[in-house]
Each structure stands twice: as structure tokens, then as C-alpha cells.
Design a protein around this ligand. Structure first.
Ligand code: ASP
Ligand code: MG
Length: 455
């Protein structure tokens, strides 16, 4: 029985963290590992793109910082010797690729989505090499594998690609399973795959969770452990609500909604590749391996309480499109969404009425969207406003729609705190309800709802 273990960037931030990871992997047999980039490296690569666009002179500094970060880890995990030399050489050759790509960006002053994806994939590729090097030095047979070369197949969306789990499984049966049968631990880079056209594609921020689920499917593994630096899913963010509890079990649907609404525990699409399988999925805490974490179960979580968790999304932009009767103008919404889609802007949620269309967006997309939509203002659309002061509270639970009075309890709890609900949507998903409040009210709103359901 194969087990897949995924280690996120938060588990790979420095030498001691790498050592802890290798301890957790221990003597495990029949295992495949999936890794994110070392903590902060994806952000460094993203910043590197902007810095290189500005000037080629910034590139040596960028590379020096990346080398330093990985070098410190290598120094902490490997004694001087052949293995260390080999690993340093590998890191340098990866970073040569980074340098070439950045030089190209500096030269053009811009980059294609394919170049961006290739560049960002380097963080995970480096981390996989470091961990494989460490395991080898501890006497294990381990091998770093690049996701695109072993055939994690996706569509051609460079930013937020979807994995083709069947084609991936075929490739893994030929290229990865035989390694595992030979006692090798494959250490696979998460976050990216290979598009239909053969180029590297990204799976979206935090995408290596999604990679790990695809690997679990592709290897027909019995179990996926997603190792993080938190205890698993909680009834609320413990930094906001000190009485928050760990959730022992949570359903796939609840986990997906929570991730979508802002609990930054999992990539929202993580469990998609596991639909219809019997694989067990656990979130575990590297800092407290004795804690059982949370299990994500297919079907229902079979919990007593109607509400599983309350989540908060601090930053959201709302675009409000005003006009007379715009809610009943055929094609208007399609026009708006295709305009934004053309600019790769994702609409988080839409709420419409007869006179208003509200579009919830990532805060970084607010101004861009406003500009684009203003070009569309005509006789029907009277005014377009950008509101940047909202925050979202999401309430998630398998039974939320099934029991009467749940919504009443949610909104009464908020009203008792004298907090105004600016907008609300319920029923869009059978397991989630969300509402917007003014940003300064957010923490109190989350606590009020949590106290109501977890007294
Ligand atoms: N390194 C990527 C990111 O930071 C992917 C991941 O961490 O899963 O988004
Ligand atoms: Mg990360």
C-alpha cells in the first residue's frame, strides 16, 4: 500500500525543518513525497520578475539571495563530502536556468505566461533536490523528480491549470511506480505540471496540495498526508478566536468551501483528483506530529453540530455596477464576465439585484477591473463603484442548509454585536453561507458567530 506525504513551504523553511521532515519520513516504505518550494521562495521569484523588468542590474542580487537561502539549508543538513558537492552543483545549475530566464525578462521588459510558469517552477524543483539529497545522505534511496518530466499532465492554462488525472496515472504507472517497487522514494516537485502543448503550467498559488492529490490518485495510493505548520482544520482561526477547536473530521465539500473562503490551509481544488477513490486524506502538523490532525472524508463528516468552521477573508474588493433594470438585461453579466476573463481576472462571487450587480474580487484585481468595466459604461450602466473596505465571513458546515434556524442564529449573533451585514449569500453551496461586513468589524463578527455555535 502506497502512502503519499506532502510537505508545504511552512515545513521547509530552514535546515532544522528539513531534518524534521526526514525524521517524519523515517523508515517509511512504499512512499512518494511531494514538496512545495522552500518557504518564501515563490514570493522571491515573483518579486524577481518585477525587479528584472526594471533592470538587468538587479539580477545578481536576486540570485545571490536565492543561493544564500538554499545554501544555508544545505550547510545545515549535509556534512562536507561528495553528496554535498553534488547537491550544490545541482542548485547552481537550477539557478543558472533562473538567471537565463530573468535575463530574458530584463531584455524584453516583459514575459510570456509560459516563461513565468517555468521560472516559478524552479522553487519546487530546488526543494525536491534538497530533500532528496538529505534522504540519500541518510542512507535512503531517493530521487528528485520534476513534475513535468514524469508526466503530471494538465491543460494549457499557465496560471491555474487543471490536472488530467487519467493521463497522469498512465505516466505514473510507467515512470514512478517501478521506482517505488525498487525501494526508491520519489521526491516530486509540486505546484506545476506539463500542459497539452508540452510547456510547464502552474496549478495556482498553494498548488502543491493539488499536485499531491493527483499523485495520490496516479499511484492509486491508500493515504495522503498533507504536512503543514498548523494542527489541521479548526473551528476558526486560532489567532482570531483563542477558543477555536481542532476538527477531527471534515468533509471534502466543507474543506473545499473553507479553502475557497479564506482558510489558507489547502488549495481549494486539492481534493478534486480524489473524487470516487477510497484514499484517506489527513492534514498533519509538523510541529506537533503527535497530534492526529484532521481527516478529510468523502461523503459527510457525521458531526453533531451544524456548523463546522467560521472563516474570514480580510481583503476583498467589491465592484458595484449600478443601472436601471440591469438585473434583467440579457447578456450584460456575460459581457462583464468575459471582459474580466480576458484580463485573467477571477470573479470570486456575484450577487445581483434589479438595479445592481456586485462582483467580489481579489483586492489586487479591484482597480484593474474598474478601469476595464468603465469602458463598458453606456446607457444601461449608470455608475460603477469600487468598494475596498469589505471583509468576508464564511460559515461552513455539512448540515447548514438542512436545519431550520441556522441562518437566523448566525445573523442574530452578528446583530447582537451591533454589526451591520453589508451583503449576504446563502444557498450557493449546500454547505456554506457567507456575508460581508466592514473590515474593522470582521474579527468581532467571526467571534460572535463562533461563540454562538461553539459556546
Ligand atoms: N510554492 C507555491 C506557492 O507558494 C506552491 C505551494 O506552496 O503549494 O504558492
Ligand atoms: Mg508556498
Amino acid at each position: 500500500m502506497i502512502k503519499v506525504m506532502k510537505f508545504g513551504g511552512g515545513c521547509l523553511q530552514d535546515g532544522p525543518a528539513f531534518l524534521k521532515v526526514s525524521e517524519i519520513i523515517g523508515r517509511q516504505k512504499q512512499t512518494a513525497i511531494v514538496v512545495s518550494a522552500v518557504s518564501g521562495v515563490t514570493e522571491q521569484l515573483l518579486a524577481a520578475i518585477e525587479q528584472s523588468k526594471r533592470s538587468e542590474k538587479n539580477i545578481p542580487g536576486i540570485l545571490a539571495r536565492l543561493i544564500q537561502k538554499h545554501r544555508l539549508i544545505i550547510d545545515a543538513i549535509l556534512l562536507p563530502g561528495r553528496e554535498k558537492q553534488r547537491l550544490l552543483a545541482t542548485v547552481h545549475s537550477q539557478l543558472t536556468q533562473v538567471r537565463r530566464l530573468l535575463t530574458g525578462i530584463a531584455f524584453h521588459g516583459d514575459l510570456t505566461p509560459a516563461v513565468r510558469a517555468r521560472l516559478l517552477s524552479c522553487g519546487e524543483r530546488l526543494a525536491a533536490r534538497l530533500l532528496a539529497g538529505l534522504l540519500v545522505s541518510r542512507g535512503r534511496k531517493a530521487k528528485a523528480l520534476d513534475a513535468h518530466l514524469i508526466g503530471i499532465c494538465t491543460d494549457d492554462n499557465f496560471e491555474n491549470a487543471s490536472i488530467d488525472r487519467e493521463r497522469t496515472r498512465k505516466n505514473f504507472t510507467n515512470r514512478v511506480k517501478p521506482l517505488i517497487h525498487d525501494g526508491v522514494i520519489p521526491v516530486i516537485s509540486g505546484f506545476f505540471g506539463r500542459g497539452a502543448g508540452g510547456a510547464i503550467t502552474l496549478l495556482g498559488r498553494n498548488g502543491s496540495d493539488y499536485s499531491a492529490a493527483a499523485v495520490t490518485y496516479a499511484l492509486n495510493a491508500a493515504c495522503l498526508e498533507i504536512w503543514k505548520d498548523v494542527d489541521g482544520f479548526m473551528s476558526a482561526d486560532p489567532s482570531l478566536v483563542p477558543t477555536a477547536r481542532r476538527l477531527e473530521r471534515i468533509s471534502f465539500a466543507e474543506a473545499a468551501e473553507l479553502s475557497y473562503f479564506g482558510a489558507q490551509i489547502l488549495h481549494p481544488r486539492t481534493i478534486e483528483p480524489l473524487a470516487g477513490t477510497k484514499a484517506r486524506v489527513f492534514i498533519r502538523n509538523l510541529k506537533r506530529p503527535e497530534s492526529p490532525g484532521s481527516e478529510i472524508v468523502a461523503g459527510r463528516s457525521e458531526r453533531e453540530e451544524a456548523v463546522a468552521s467560521i472563516t474570514a477573508n480580510r481583503s476583498l474588493a467589491n465592484i458595484r455596477v449600478h443601472g436601471a433594470g440591469i438585473g434583467s438585461k440579457p447578456g450584460l453579466l456575460a459581457g462583464i464576465s468575459s471582459l474580466l476573463a480576458a484580463a485573467s481576472i477571477n470573479i470570486y462571487s456575484v450577487l445581483t439585484s434589479h438595479t445592481c450587480i456586485n462582483l467580489l474580487l481579489d483586492p489586487g484585481d479591484g482597480r484593474r477591473s474598474l478601469q476595464r468595466l468603465k469602458a463598458m459604461a453606456n446607457g444601461v450602466i449608470k455608475r460603477i463603484e469600487l468598494e475596498e473596505h469589505f471583509a468576508l465571513v464564511g460559515v461552513v458546515g455539512d448540515k447548514i442548509m438542512e436545519k431550520e434556524g441556522i441562518y437566523a442564529r448566525i445573523f442574530s449573533a452578528v446583530a447582537r454585536e451591533k454589526i451591520n451585514v453589508e451583503m449576504a449569500a446563502a444557498g450557493a453551496s449546500p454547505v456554506a453561507c457567507y456575508f460581508l461586513v466592514k473590515r474593522p468589524d470582521l474579527d468581532r463578527a467571526v467571534r460572535a458567530v463562533h461563540d454562538e455555535f461553539f459556546p
